[in-house]
Design a protein around this ligand. Structure first.
Ligand code: DAH
Length: 352
């Protein structure tokens, strides 16, 4: 069959119509792309028709060539327009899908809190810092020398026993109190000394309502010429009033510690029942009706301790004190279970 001008025009017209029909129903970029390949690409129908022109009589070729090219251009233009429309639709859909409702209420974040122990430690530290005390540190894994010997514990003292003290391989132990930091500070520093040391301590105790094998203390030491028991009373009373409130009373009971002489235990008037021993509910739960609560141990530094660090005990005197942070926190916040401090239960922590 030979190609004639009119059959060529008919073929071209048919292909063009087909292209427009397919175009009308193409709804995605992919569909449009395959349409482009099918009608305008190298192997496309319109291209094939151009190639077939060599079979036409020479005088018809320019007109048919122009006819094919015009058809191609029309299809091309329609395809571009449709592509632009599809693109705009896709963008609008993407925008609609990612729309944010700025009027929605925000999500509430829960904010963490400092453990009551951290709060108490910071408050105690701040009170002594304001009275000129420096803050020192020492190791939690200690030697028997610093934990006991230098603090004038006799060789047969019961607390040296493995039943009370947690031992560590290599002749070390976990410090049972923060008092060894007194020794380490005095070894480093000449008098005058005014230091405190907050830190963890360890004892071979079983966990119960009032005991924990790991707890924390604040140690204090003041050494200078002419320091007297009156200075100890002055500083510790000032501390008690700042920490528990201005109306807090103190009471000093004679006691014993190897590293102080004389030694005392300090009670403060119960802040829950204002020292009366009674609350509306009956006997005060916190002081058990006594009106007093023990908060710390203290005393004048024993001359043997000064000897251990090479201080002249004829020239210098001093006082020391130590208190349990959990105990202070339990009393201040009316908590009756030491275990609560170590369980990390948000419902407990959130109350302070
Ligand atoms: N180290 C004592 C303890 O753990 C507390 C203590 C008492 C410390 C009297 C002192 C002090 O510095 O003078 O029970």
């Amino acid at each position: 069959m030979t190609l004639t001008r009119s059959s060529a025009e008919r073929d071209i017209g048919a292909v063009e119509r087909q292209a427009f029909e397919t175009l009308a129903s193409a709804a995605s970029r992919d569909a449009l792309e395959s349409l482009r390949v099918r009608y305008l690409g190298k192997k496309a129908k319109l291209t094939a028709l151009l190639r077939a022109m060599k079979d036409l009589p020479a005088e018809d070729r320019p007109a048919i060539g122009a006819f094919v090219n015009q058809a191609k251009e029309r299809v091309e233009r329609a395809l571009e327009e449709k592509l632009a429309a599809v693109r705009a639709e896709e963008e609008a859909a993407a925008l609609a899908a990612s729309r944010v409702d700025v009027t929605l209420p925000g999500r509430r974040r829960t904010i963490g809190r400092l453990s009551p122990l951290t709060q108490v430690r910071r408050e105690v530290t701040e009170i002594f810092r304001s009275m000129g005390f420096s803050v020192e540190e020492g190791p939690e894994v200690e030697t028997e020398y610093y934990n006991f010997d230098a603090l004038n514990f006799p060789p047969d003292h019961p607390s040296r026993d493995a039943q009370d003290t947690l031992l560590v391989d290599g002749g070390y132990l976990l410090r049972t109190h923060t008092s060894p930091v007194q020794i380490r500070t005095m070894e480093r520093q000449k008098p005058p000394v005014r230091m405190i040391c907050p830190g963890w301590v360890y004892r071979a105790d079983t966990l119960d309502a009032s005991h924990s094998p790991m707890f924390s203390q604040v140690e204090g030491l003041l050494v200078d010429e002419g320091v007297s028991l009156g200075d100890l009373f002055g500083i510790l009373n000032a501390f008690a009033q700042r920490f528990f409130g201005e109306r807090t009373k103190t009471r000093y009971r004679p006691s014993f510690f190897p590293f102080t002489e004389p030694s005392a235990e300090v009670d403060v008037s119960c802040m829950i029942c204002a020292g009366t021993g009674k609350t509306e509910a009956g006997t005060c739960r916190v002081c058990k009706g006594t009106g007093w609560k023990e908060i710390l141990g203290c005393g004048m530094v024993d001359p043997n301790v000064f000897k251990a660090v090479g201080y002249d005990s004829e020239r210098y005197t001093g006082f020391a004190f130590g208190m349990g942070i959990e105990r202070l926190a339990m009393f201040k916040f009316g908590v009756d279970e030491i275990r609560h401090f170590f369980e990390g239960d948000q419902r407990f922590i959130a109350q302070f």
